[in-house]
Structure formats: structure tokens, C-alpha cells
Design a protein around this ligand. Structure first.
Ligand SMILES: [Zn+2]
Length: 411
């Protein structure tokens, strides 16, 4: 695997500028196009699995993070508070969880609404030291594919299983496999919430969920003491980068702690007020770490559905390609034209840019109403324009699998 920083520069996907600061990369148009396609896919996938999406601001009053437990347990990783006045102190959020807890608490909730699945691709911040930052794999401004399921105790296991299934579907569509699965458990020290019963319950439910999706202890997953979140155990999906370093991409966590901290409740069928459980999950991790991995694992040649440019059109001589380009764009394909240089140099350029499809149109193709369509593998077909467009549309289609695994939400 090639280092994603080198490929990211060559393919003009992202850029770091010292005037902005380390760990704060810019997504250039090509990287942004690929990311937008992936984000749209992830949001659609979650909608099909019963998620409702929200927007929430990337900062909040300091008090919110005292309540959530982040300030007592996680302050070392947070940026210092910003004070507008003595009483008005704000924090760049270290996680989206408290905001989503506030979405749940926005009005009274009934057991009929559970499980309530809330999703967002939102910003969070981590005060990393300069020395550990690099490219997209470790950043200070993180765009997280996040989600929180608020459910009853007897729904937790099924929701963890459903989250693992969403995750597997996403990873297959994006074209990679995790290097390892880990059950991350509490370690010693003040970092972890001190409530042994809570840790036991959470760990047991995660073990049962791993078993339910066919993963066996010490065979398919390993225990990771000291790797849990401060509020509960989690299942972590690990990746290896081009240097062989391991990092966590996706995660599912069971949390009995934060619902109590925010005094969340719903009215059960018997009219009694009960505490929901929070399942935190990220199917694809942060957009930054995800793309660091996708760039490396695909050597920059992304699957066509999220390639920044899906089709390059190369006219020979003064062949008129405007109509073809317009029809391709009307199908929502990302299209560029290349006019300068010899045909062979332009084909080499498209290949170096990992463009999945190249259409060559010369005088003979124009007269016959055809295009010469070349795919990334090297195969060339001369096709009528309509057939070429139909093939491009189907081969660049966003993966869509309708599953019935997750019961639809009831309102
Ligand atoms: Zn969370």
C-alpha cells in the first residue's frame, strides 16, 4: 500500500497549509467530490436502516461537557474552553453524544418511539499534539459519521447486532475489510466511570451480539483491556495503514451512564417513567480516517460510484463532444473534458488520475453516433451513445441494498 499523503497530493484530494495549522486539512474539489458521494451513500444507508438525521452545532457551553462526563474524564484530549464572559464559557465539542442526548430530551418520549435512531455526520475536535498528526489519519477537526440509538434494555442486543450489520454493509460497498475486531474493555485508573455493574452489563451484551453475528472470542475477535470509552465498553473495528499501524475506524458502544447524567427518560407501556440505554455507533468512522484508508487500500482508484471524476471525455481534432458531455452530466455523472495534448498522452493522464471511464470521440464516432469507451481495466468498446451512457449510469450507480433486517421505526 502507498502512503495516503503522497497519493492525496498527487491526485489533488486534500491539502495541508501551515497558515491553517497542523491536523486541519482542506478537502480539495476532487477529494470533496469523493467524500460527498460517500456521505450521501452513508446517510441513505442509515435511512434505510431506520435512522433519522439531525444537525447540531460543533460547540456548546462548558456545562454540557461537565454533565456528560467529558470534562472530568476526557479533558486532556479537549481544546481549552473559550470564555465570552465569566459566565459564558464554550467548548469545542469532543463528541456528538451530548447533543444527540439533547435531541432525545427535546420532548417527552414514549416506549412506542423506541428504538429511536439518530444520525449525523458532524464535526468534533481533539487537541492532538503536533507530533502525532499526519495527513488525514490523525487530525484535530474530525468529521464523524455518528449515530446514537436510544432504546429499552431488552432492545440493546438487537440494536448492537443491527449496527454491526449496517457496518458490514457499508464496508463491503466501500470496498475494504477490517483487519481485526476488538472488544474494548475498561482498564484501571480514574479515566473510567467507577460503576462495576454498568461495565459487566455492557460487556455481556456486546459479547452476545458478537456471537450473534458469528464472531467467536479469541478466534474472530480479541479482548482489549484499557481500550474502552470512559463511559462503557465497545466493539472496535480495526484497520492497518500502509506503515502497518493499527487504528480504530468503526465502533459500537453500550452506555448506561450518559442517559442517567442527562436524566433521559421515556414513558413505558405500564405508564412508568424509565431510563433508555444509549448505543453509540459509527459505521464508517471519521471521514478523514476513512479516506486515509480508502486512498491506501484502493491505491487512489476508488470504486466508480465515488470516484471524483467518473468519466473523462477526449475529443480527437475538433470533434464536437458538447452534446455527449451534457447528456452524461444530466445522468449526474462527474465528467471532465481534456483537450490538450496527444490522444495517447491524455489517455495516460486519465489513467494516472485513476479515472474509471474514458470516452474518445473522433470524426468517425461523431458521424456514426458512437463513442469509444475505455474502462480503467483497459477494455475498449465502441458503442452507440445511448448504450455507452446506459453502461456508465449502471456502472457508476451508488450501491443500494434494501434489507429488512432492521424493523422500521414507528412514530
Ligand atoms: Zn456517542
Amino acid at each position: 500500500m502507498q502512503d495516503h499523503r503522497k497519493l492525496g497530493r498527487e491526485l489533488e484530494l486534500f491539502h495541508s497549509d501551515p497558515i491553517i495549522g497542523a491536523g486541519l486539512p482542506l478537502w480539495l474539489p476532487k477529494g470533496a467530490a469523493a467524500r460527498r458521494a460517500v456521505e450521501d451513500y452513508l446517510l441513505g444507508l442509515e435511512r434505510r436502516h431506520g435512522y433519522q438525521h439531525v444537525y447540531s452545532p460543533p460547540l456548546a457551553k462548558e456545562e454540557m461537557y461537565r454533565r456528560s462526563g467529558h470534562l472530568p474524564h476526557y479533558a486532556d484530549d479537549m481544546f481549552p474552553p473559550m470564555a465570552l464572559s465569566e459566565s459564558d464559557r464554550f467548548v469545542l465539542r469532543p463528541s456528538l453524544c451530548p447533543h444527540h442526548a439533547a435531541v432525545f430530551a427535546a420532548r417527552g418520549r414514549s416506549y412506542r418511539e423506541l428504538p429511536l435512531r439518530i444520525g449525523e455526520i458532524g464535526g468534533q475536535y481533539r487537541a492532538e499534539r503536533s507530533g502525532v498528526l499526519g495527513g488525514l489519519s490523525r487530525v484535530r477537526a474530525i468529521s464523524l459519521n455518528d449515530g446514537h440509538v436510544f432504546c429499552a434494555e431488552d432492545q440493546v442486543e438487537a440494536e448492537v447486532v443491527a449496527a454491526l450489520e449496517v457496518m458490514r454493509e457499508a464496508h463491503a460497498a466501500l470496498g475494504f475489510e477490517p483487519s481485526a475486531w476488538r472488544l474494548s474493555l475498561r482498564g484501571d485508573g480514574p479515566k473510567y466511570v467507577d460503576d462495576p455493574g454498568l461495565w459487566e452489563r455492557g460487556t455481556a451484551v456486546l459479547r452476545r451480539a458478537l456471537e450473534a453475528v458469528g464472531l467467536k472470542r479469541d478466534v474472530d475477535y480479541v479482548d482489549g483491556p484499557g481500550e474502552a470509552a470512559f463511559y462503557g465498553p465497545k466493539i472496535d473495528i480495526q484497520l492497518l495503514d500502509s506503515a502497518g499501524r493499527e487504528s480504530t475506524l468503526a465502533t459500537v458502544q453500550v452506555d448506561y451512564y450518559m442517559p442517567a447524567r442527562f436524566d433521559l427518560s421515556y414513558v413505558d407501556a405500564d405508564g412508568v417513567r424509565k431510563r433508555p440505554v444509549m448505543v453509540h455507533r459509527s459505521a464508517a468512522g471519521s471521514m478523514e480516517r476513512l479516506f486515509a484508508h480508502l486512498i491506501e487500500v484502493h491505491d487512489g482508484a476508488f470504486p466508480a460510484w465515488y470516484a471524483p471524476v467518473q468519466l473523462e471525455v477526449l475529443p480527437i481534432g475538433d470533434a464536437d463532444v458538447r452534446d455527449f458531455v451534457q447528456r452524461a452530466r444530466a445522468l449526474d455523472l462527474r465528467v471532465e473534458e481534456a483537450h490538450a495534448g496527444s490522444l495517447s498522452a491524455r489517455i495516460r493522464g486519465a489513467s494516472a488520475r485513476r479515472v474509471p471511464f474514458v470516452a474518445v470521440i473522433g470524426a468517425s464516432e461523431a458521424a456514426a453516433g458512437t463513442v469509444s469507451l475505455r474502462s480503467r481495466g483497459g477494455a475498449v468498446d465502441v458503442l452507440p451513445v445511448a448504450d455507452a451512457l446506459a453502461r456508465l449510469e449502471s456502472q457508476c450507480a451508488v450501491p443500494k441494498r434494501i434489507t429488512c433486517a432492521t424493523p422500521s421505526i414507528t412514530m
